[in-house]
Design a protein around this ligand. Structure first.
Ligand SMILES: NC(=O)c1ccc[n+]([C@@H]2O[C@H](COP(=O)([O-])OP(=O)(O)OC[C@H]3O[C@@H](n4cnc5c(N)ncnc54)[C@H](O)[C@@H]3O)[C@@H](O)[C@H]2O)c1
Length: 359
């Protein structure tokens, strides 16, 4: 079992990673001071697959637990589902000693984390991420959130979990498309912060769900890097922006296609390809590094072939909201990041178009 500490003073916590990491739950719940009721939040799909398994661990501990299931998918990150969950917690008379367990992908984690941060002005919560994306990204770092019609994740808080248990044995039931969406975030970490992880992914060749990638290895590497970044910059005032590599172009692409048409991870792959183009032009990324990075990214299937006209408009709106500046996260080399203000944000759209043309 791998253990990674997220060092945040009185908000520090441990990430446990391994095949069957949930086995550690009874011991964790048995700690003195954790005697309150448990609210398990999950979605219909994950609950159908794993609620019984989780229940076995919880009943082994003798905890009083209730379940709250939301429909799978992004639409559940809404005010109405937040209200539904908080009201359910109140109906069950959950008090300040309660514990919210978020068992699911990023949608469940973001909603349950937000509910845990506002219910009774904040109660403890534990992340049990089940999608690759949630394991390598959203379950660590304490960002919670829901969407409003004006935009994604516009309402949220920072609320660190009390612990994260990443049980990689649940990954085989994840769809191939969701696997690749998580792999995109692993590649982001590898390209920006971890050349040795990049070297491993380059060697494995097939990045698909049954291609031979060792889940514990990639999840541990990604969590270790994310933990380091979060420790330095919990609230994204500087260094944490590195994690936005590929994301500016990705957001413009997602918004212009209409949310839900393309997975966020798929858009991030194209966004990273665009950022690599600009990195070569503006930051001196060597041709060798550019070629290797492009080759690995091209192994992730992406179901889009052309850039909608509206993408440029979304990027200039983004620019306006940031007082006229779009700062791109670019690479000087694999593992070496530079933050570069763009004089012409349209260059990013052109680079995105080039990236799509090349696939
Ligand atoms: N808080 C953060 O720091 C952060 C970071 C990145 C992304 N996010 C958010 O995460 C969300 C995306 O997360 P996601 O990709 O996990 O989406 P998701 O939660 O919608 O999960 C994707 C799909 O996989 C299913 N699933 C999950 N685990 C499964 C398993 N083991 N077996 C079978 N099916 C399984 C889910 O039911 C769902 O249908 C977005 O809302 C995004 O904004 C948050």
């Amino acid at each position: 079992m791998e253990r990674i500490e997220v060092d945040l003073k009185d908000r520090s916590y441990t990430i446990h990673i391994g095949d069957n990491a949930w086995q550690l739950l009874p011991e964790f719940l048995g700690d003195p001071g954790r005697g309150g009721k448990i609210m398990v939040v999950t979605d219909d799909r994950v609950g159908g697959l794993y609620a019984e398994r989780l229940m076995n661990y919880l009943s082994g501990h003798g905890a009083e637990a209730c379940f709250h299931s939301i429909p799978e998918g992004e639409a559940s990150k809404s005010f109405s589902h937040l209200e539904g969950l908080c009201r359910r917690m109140a109906e069950q008379a959950l008090d300040r000693d309660c514990l919210v367990l978020a068992m699911g992908g990023g949608v469940v984690g973001d909603l349950a984390g937000l509910a845990a941060s506002v219910y009774l002005r904040g109660v403890h919560f534990v992340q049990l991420p089940t999608s690759l994306l949630a394991m390598v990204d959203s379950s660590v770092g304490g960002k919670t959130g829901i969407n409003i019609p004006e935009g994604k994740n516009l309402v949220g808080t920072f609320h660190q979990p009390t612990a994260v248990f990443i049980d990689t044995s649940v990954l085989p039931t994840l769809s191939a498309r969701d696997w690749y969406a998580g792999m995109a975030e692993v590649l982001k970490i590898a390209l920006t912060l971890d050349p040795s992880l990049f070297g491993y992914l380059e060697e494995v060749r097939d990045l698909g769900p049954s291609g031979g990638v060792d889940p514990v290895r990639i999840v541990s590497a990604a969590c270790r890097r994310k933990a380091e970044i979060v420790r330095e910059d919990e609230r994204e005032s500087g260094l944490r922006r590195v994690l936005n590599f590929g994301h500016t172009a990705a957001h413009a692409l997602e918004a212009s296609l209409g949310y839900g048409v393309i997975r966020h991870g798929e858009a991030v792959v194209l966004g990273m390809m665009a950022a690599l183009e600009l990195s070569r032009r503006l930051c001196g990324l060597p041709d060798g590094g550019h070629r290797r990075a492009m080759e690995v990214l091209s192994r992730v299937p992406v179901p889009v072939t052309a850039l909608p006209e509206e993408a440029a408009g979304f990027l200039s709106r983004d620019k306006k909201s940031r007082q006229g500046e779009v700062t791109a996260v670019l690479l000087e080399d694999i593992g070496k990041v530079a933050l570069v203000p763009l004089d012409r944000p349209e260059d990013l759209v052109d680079a995105l178009r080039d990236a799509l043309d090349r696939r």
